[in-house]
Design a protein around this ligand. Structure first.
Ligand code: NAD
Length: 419
């Protein structure tokens, strides 16, 4: 039984994973129909003025995929590759991610098709404020709560929160998460996704008998997720031997000095010109010798061509949708363990949830409390997935979809379909 055929789209990858788990759950066709259709897709124009005085128009999106378990939740992406298909897929994944870690949220995602590298701070602010203003009626702490994603920062969240608050004539910090601490952000949020990647990786490494001090790690992408993952892997004694960003990849089997890479990026905005390793191509990095591989950039990084050549034993997905269904099958056949995106990068939304809770209480937790609760939430659910993999002889991805789908379905059966 299938629901939709979208072979080449990003959403299509998601649907393929959904169908595999839905088959095992013997989910009825009606429920499949409901769960494979987004609740709401919004597309709008964002006219804005360049610093030069010229006007331009970009396209903005917000997809609110599901409200079943609570307010919709998901990041905002600024990237030239943003499309309705991509945003829908990301909103779909947010739905399952929030369910896998048992947060009281549905799923959403947003984006603007633009290249932030070509925009000044003032232009970025004008685009963000117009984007937020267009969504005032449909976002809010009990409706839909955006957060950072690729190329959006705490500053962007601050502009969003301010614009929304100006429109509704009161201060509403809980309308977005990932804000600067001073305006209601949570301690530990910036590092949370990378921290979650390392929590999952270290737990699975222990299960596989891999000692941190004997483990080598390669990370693709050196932004919010990849950079903090690299810092935390190094802190826990693992040897980070390869890193990359959009400007290229750097590899040194003796170990990359992560602190130097972080300093380089702080000074230069990216890794271009980093001297701490041999420069190789991004494609070579993915198939280089390593024990743990962390994709932390964009979708569809692993495919039928490169998956047979990946040498890692463990892949922890920091990015959303980095593995195509073909690659996923090849990894399973080759015995490579993959902690999928909806578990591997759920640390970000977990601490976003903590931020939302703190904003609503008006009481802010210590960083140690945030990190402890994050670890507890992730490990409790990762262990549940591990149990499912053993019980049903399936991989972690199918287990994660099974757990998430069954949690959403339970709620839908209680709530019913309003007609
Ligand atoms: P970011 O903008 O901070 O960083 C993205 C990084 O990827 C940059 O270093 C960029 O140069 C690099 N990159 C882009 N294209 C690349 C390519 N072709 N090859 C190698 N590197 C490339 O974004 P981020 O917030 O770190 O997000 C990265 C991924 O993690 C995305 O898939 C995002 O959806 C996912 N994610 C982010 C969060 C979060 O809290 N920020 C949470 C969950 C999932």
């Amino acid at each position: 039984m299938t629901t939709a055929v979208r072979d080449v789209s990003v959403f299509g990858d998601g649907i393929a994973y959904f169908n595999a788990a839905a088959d095992l759950l013997q989910l009825d066709n009606g429920m499949r129909q409901i769960l494979t259709h987004p609740s709401r897709q919004i597309i709008f124009s964002i006219p804005f003025q360049r610093d030069s005085g010229e006007f331009e128009v970009y396209t903005g999106y917000r997809v609110q995929y599901s409200f079943a378990r609570g307010a919709a939740k998901g990041g905002i992406r600024y990237h030239p590759g943003v499309t309705l298909d991509e945003v829908t897929a990301l909103a779909f994944w947010m739905t399952w991610k929030c369910a896998v870690v048992n947060l009281p949220f549905g799923g959403a995602k947003g984006g603007v098709t633009c290249d932030p590298a070509t925009l000044s701070q003032n232009e970025l602010e004008r685009i963000t404020r117009r984007y937020a203003a267009e969504l005032v009626e449909v976002v809010g702490p009990d409706k839909d709560v955006p957060a950072p994603d690729v190329n959006t920062t705490p500053q962007v969240m601050a502009w969003f929160m301010d614009t929304y608050s100006m429109h509704v004539r009161q201060n509403v910090p809980g309308v977005v998460t990932g804000k600067p601490l001073e305006i209601g952000g949570s301690r530990g949020r910036t590092e949370a996704t990378g921290r979650g990647v390392t929590i999952c990786a270290l737990d699975q490494m222990a299960e596989m008998g891999m000692k941190p001090e004997e483990t080598t790690v390669v990370i693709q992408g050196f932004g919010n997720v990849g950079m903090y993952a690299a810092i935390l892997f190094a802190e826990r004694g693992c040897k980070v031997i390869g890193i990359s960003d959009v400007t290229g990849a750097y590899y040194d089997p003796a170990g990359i000095h992560v602190g130097d890479a972080v300093e380089h990026v702080k000074k230069n905005r990216n890794l271009d010109g980093f001297g701490g390793g041999d420069k190789i191509s991004n494609a070579e990095l993915l198939t280089s010798q390593c024990d743990v591989l962390v994709p932390a950039a964009l979708e569809k990084v692993f495919n039928a061509e490169n998956a047979p050549h990946v040498k890692a034993r463990l892949i922890v997905e920091g990015a959303n949708g980095p593995t195509t269904p073909d690659a996923s099958r090849i990894f399973s056949e080759r015995g490579i363990t993959v902690i999928p995106d909806i578990m591997g990068n759920a640390g970000g939304v977990t601490v976003s949830y903590f931020e939302w809770v703190q904003d609503r209480m008006g009481y802010f937790w210590k960083e140690s409390e945030v990190n402890e609760r994050l670890e507890e939430t992730l490990l409790e659910n990762l262990h549940e997935l591990r149990k499912l993999t053993k019980e049903h002889n399936i991989n972690f991805r199918t287990a994660a979809y099974m757990l998430a789908i069954s949690r959403v379905v339970k709620v839908l059966r209680y709530r019913g379909v309003y007609a």
